[in-house]
Design a protein around this ligand. Structure first.
Ligand code: ADP
Ligand code: MG
Length: 146
């Protein structure tokens, strides 16, 4: 993906479709930073992404767990999806022990990070930023920058 793009969606299904489209462009090693307010659609987007990767397990918000990993079946290059939600983390201590630097360097994984502003210095230089804005109850603006 080399172009910046903006999408307006009017349902969670549409947000999942945008995620599916983006999932098709991934080849492994990508880090997706999902920013935006609570309820703006970050987890919904992750569900669409996981669905397109063939993951059948239900993706829920890992708020209290920080990170969950999902096996990706039958993909040429991608074996694991990591989903992080840093909303409740307070400092780097909370991130220690996750093995983040190792995960972020793998070429056969996709890492999705909600609340990436909590990453501090651990934030990887190379990433795809996806920002979610709440427009009204069912409407969201999604801006992709890479
Ligand atoms: P976040 O992870 O950013 O806190 P969630 O994805 O958990 O947000 O929640 C978004 C909520 O908004 C869900 O309840 C979803 O059904 C609802 N919603 C309504 N319209 C949309 C839309 N266009 N895109 C994404 N979610 C939407
Ligand atoms: Mg969420």
């Amino acid at each position: 993906m080399d172009k910046n793009q903006t999408y307006t969606t009017i349902s969670s299904a549409e947000t999942k479709s945008v995620a599916e489209k983006i999932a098709q462009t991934l080849s492994g090693g990508e880090v997706l930073l999902l920013s935006g307010d609570l309820g703006s659609g970050k987890t919904t987007f992750t569900q669409g992404l996981a669905q397109e990767l063939g993951i059948t397990r239900n993706i829920t918000s890992p708020t209290f767990i920080i990170m969950r990993s999902y096996q990706v079946p039958h993909h040429k290059h991608i074996t694991i999806l990591y989903h992080l939600d840093l909303y409740r983390t307070e400092n780097d201590n909370d991130l220690e022990g996750l093995g983040l630097s190792e995960i972020l360097n793998k070429k056969d994984t996709i890492t999705v990070i909600e609340w990436p502003e909590k990453m501090g210095t651990l934030l990887p230089q190379e990433h795809i930023r996806i920002h979610f804005s709440y427009i009204d109850e069912d409407k969201r603006k999604i801006t992709v920058t890479s």
